[in-house]
Design a protein around this ligand. Structure first.
Ligand code: NI
Length: 198
């Protein structure tokens, strides 16, 4: 089932999400719904708070990054992403290393805005998968970037929180409009400050 995506300005997006355990009810259905919702919105990552569940769970499918147009060189940053589809439960980013780099991020909760965000290129993350198997893995390139963005969501952080005060001031009006539902998103959303006028 495709779920509505919670828009910028919703308190749940600013909240630190809670860990879950194996007794969490409806986990498989929730994960299935999240993938369906993410694909419907053409996203490469989705965190549970974005569908109004304040739990430490996010999904990624970065395979669109690995698609190579005819006549184009494969992007070295997208190496190994052909099958990069994963579920992260109770993840912990153990380590972030390297020289920060800029990448224009977007977010399904903040439609039509993309801004460059600085982050370190390499991460070490531990997490449980959908079968509750524990993993500790290292990522770099786009994979690390997507994970860092989604991980922020379960910590109550949005990519706009990483921008300079000046950039945020410039975006203020647009962001307020998004929270009021005054944005043309190509998928279903839930707006915190929906304006009464129609
Ligand atoms: Ni996001």
């Amino acid at each position: 089932m495709v779920l509505p995506i919670v828009a910028y300005g919703s308190p749940i997006l600013k909240k630190e999400a809670e860990e879950i355990d194996e007794s969490y009810e409806g986990l498989n259905q929730l994960i299935e719904d999240m993938f369906e919702t993410m694909y419907e919105a053409s996203g490469v990552g989705l965190a549970a708070p974005q569908i109004d569940k304040s739990v430490r769970l996010f999904i990624v499918d970065a395979s669109p990054f690995a698609e190579v147009e005819e006549g184009e060189e494969p992007d070295p940053m997208a190496k190994g992403l052909e099958n990069f589809k994963k579920v992260f439960i109770n993840p912990i980013i153990e380590e972030e290393t390297g020289e920060e780099w800029a990448f224009a991020e977007g977010c399904l909760s903040i439609p039509k805005i993309r801004e460059e965000v600085m982050r370190k290129p390499k991460i070490k993350i531990s997490y449980y998968d959908q079968q509750w198997k524990f993993h500790e893995e290292e990522y770099d390139g786009y994979a690390a970037r997507i994970i860092q963005h989604e991980y922020d969501h379960i910590e109550g952080i949005l990519f706009t929180d990483h921008l300079s005060p000046l950039k945020r001031t410039i975006l203020k009006k647009k962001l307020a409009n998004i929270s009021k539902g005054e944005v043309d998103a190509p998928y279903r959303m839930k707006f915190p400050n929906l304006s009464k006028k129609r």
